[in-house]
Design a protein around this ligand. Structure first.
Ligand SMILES: [Zn+2]
Length: 174
């Protein structure tokens, strides 16, 4: 029962749903990874819906909505290594944090950063404008957090529970 309570305490604040066709062990791996990143980046009280389709040229993606609520669609790039996918997820979770904190928002066709219009949405999707946005630098810096996952207790525990994850654990830590 203690184990169950611990599990509830850890996960009570974030609800993750997978709407993506990936192998069961990958769901488990990404679930542990996303929870780890949310905890590291101090994001809580949200619902995450994980999807797979990633836009052309984008490594990762979240759906920015007007009047964003508590539910975030987080797109994973499953066509890359787990190590890179983790970095892209960390990048997107920084954006989720920016939205949760009220710093980043979309209103109609405008992107707002700290209450100021910094771009229109269409331009934002072009590489030059995208890369010049102040919130992108923050997200880029946040990608490094993902690398600590591969040495974490969370990953180690998941490897104990699942033979396929144990295989990845051995590769990442050899
Ligand atoms: Zn970004």
């Amino acid at each position: 029962m203690l184990r169950h309570r611990t599990y509830l305490r850890e996960s009570a604040d974030v609800d993750i749903t997978f709407k993506v066709k990936i192998l069961p062990f990958e769901k488990k791996l990404y679930g542990v990874m996303i929870r780890y990143l949310l905890r590291k980046l101090k994001v809580s009280g949200i619902k995450v819906v994980v999807r797979k389709k990633v836009m052309k040229r984008a490594a990762g993606y979240i759906n920015l909505k007007d009047n964003h609520g508590k539910t975030f669609e987080l797109f994973i790039n499953a066509n890359t290594s787990y190590r890179l996918a983790a970095r892209y997820l960390a990048h997107e979770i920084v954006h989720i944090k920016q939205v949760v904190q009220g710093n980043l928002s979309k209103e109609g066709s405008s992107i707002l950063w700290k209450g100021r219009v910094v771009s229109d949405y269409r331009s934002y999707l072009t590489r030059d404008v995208h890369d010049s946005m102040p919130f992108e630098k923050e997200a880029k810096d946040g990608e490094r957090i993902a690398d600590s996952f591969w040495k974490s207790k969370d990953f180690k525990q998941a490897a104990k529970d699942d033979a396929s994850i144990a295989f990845i654990f051995r590769i990442e830590n050899s």
